[in-house]
Ligand binder design. Structure first.
Ligand code: FA5
Length: 352
């Protein structure tokens, strides 16, 4: 074989063998067989050879061209196969495999309770609202018949916000109870009133029965000829709907500045059925058959006046319960520390 052709062949075969992808193979092909490729130039220059050498070199050159073309075709097919098998490996998908189950979440038990409370009072024609968490002293205390420096204010252990005071409304506080919505509701100027205010409250308290942030629901009814029996009937209805048949409420005399007379509300204990005895001894939860869940009373005339309502014409009742404590008493949930509600421990939350 012509020595020049031999060199072209060796270089081309080596380059084709080295090619690991189609791109590199095409470059090797161009170097040998392209318009300016080594073999193409050899064949173009045949005319310079002596006539007796020209024929043999031409035949050898054309034979090499065919050989290289077929080697390249085979190598290209091989490389395509390798690339295709790599793709299948990377993008392998079993369309028959069963889907992976995602963990299903649910509403927090406080939210569940709020929705249930809202629905019960809606059935009684109450308008459900949520008054501000950050409130003026006026709405939280002053308008509720608790003048400045009154000792009753200490019981609420309030968080005060730093900042300037308003000349009429005083300082800003994180509202310690939902009673701050009473005068706000009266100021809307629509009588009669049936309101339930469910909102966050804040106090400097934290123990097994107290949270620094908790929720209350506050009922306010203002109408004509309203008596304590209406209050009692409303609370009994709520207790039966929320806790189930057979649950009763009890009003115990108490003192709040914004209601007169005032009561604390007890609910018959769901653990011992209101007997005070369970498992042959005293009930661990209530000890005496009743549990305190909130406060209530007939709205004080001074509060009506603060809200622009004439106490000679209108009267009513109010009550305020803790949502978390009420939820804890719903069933034998066995929650012996209220703080567990907000520890975000999924093992606890998943049970409800
Ligand atoms: C009041 O807050 C009055 N505003 C209730 C009221 C409304 C009386 C309308 C009269 C008329 P008290 O501080 O007792 O009252 O709180 C009522 C309920 O809120 C408590 O019985 C309890 O269920 C809940 N509660 C109070 N403080 C906390 C706390 N730190 N953590 C969790 N729940 C609380």
């Amino acid at each position: 074989m012509n020595s020049q052709l031999e060199k072209i062949k060796n270089e081309a075969i080596a380059a084709i063998g080295r090619a690991r992808d189609e791109n590199t193979l095409t470059q090797a092909e161009i170097r040998a067989l392209g318009r300016k490729g080594a073999l193409t130039e050899f064949l173009r220059d045949l005319g310079r050879l002596a006539p007796e050498q020209r024929r043999a070199a031409g035949e050898e050159g054309n034979a090499l061209k065919k050989e290289l073309e077929s080697v390249i075709t085979r190598r290209r097919a091989e490389l395509q196969k390798i690339a295709a098998s790599g793709l299948a490996e990377r993008e392998w998908l079993d369309v028959t495999a069963p889907g992976r189950e995602l963990p299903a979440g649910h509403l927090h038990l406080t939210t569940q309770a709020i929705r249930e409370i809202t629905s019960i009072f809606s059935r009684l024609g109450y308008n459900c609202v949520s008054y501000p968490e950050v409130e003026w002293d006026w709405y939280a205390f002053e308008s509720l018949n608790m003048p400045k420096d009154h000792t009753a204010r200490d019981e609420w252990e309030t968080f005060f916000l730093s900042g300037p005071s308003h000349h009429k409304f005083g300082r800003l506080v994180l509202t310690p109870h939902t009673s701050s919505g009473q005068v706000r509701e009266m100021e809307r100027g629509e009588l009669p009133i049936r309101m339930v205010n469910i909102a966050k409250c804040y106090r400097r308290q934290s123990d097994v029965n107290h949270l620094p942030m908790f929720h209350q629901f506050e009922g306010l009814l203002i109408d004509k000829n309203i008596a304590i029996t209406h209050l009692k009937g409303t609370l009994d209805y709520f207790a039966r709907e929320f806790f189930g048949a057979g649950r009763r409420t009890r009003l115990r005399p108490f003192h709040f500045r914004f209601t007169e007379p005032s009561f604390e509300i007890d609910v018959s204990c769901g653990v011992c059925g209101g007997t005070g005895e369970s498992r042959g001894g005293r009930c661990r939860v209530c000890k005496q058959g009743w549990l305190e869940l909130g406060g209530a009373g007939m709205v004080h005339p001074n509060v009506l006046r603060a809200g622009g309502v004439d106490p000679r014409e209108w009267g009513g009742f109010a009550f305020g319960w803790g949502v978390e404590r009420t939820r804890m008493m719903k069933s034998a949930a066995n929650i012996d520390d209220i703080r567990v509600l907000y520890k975000n421990d999924a093992r606890f939350l998943e049970q409800f």
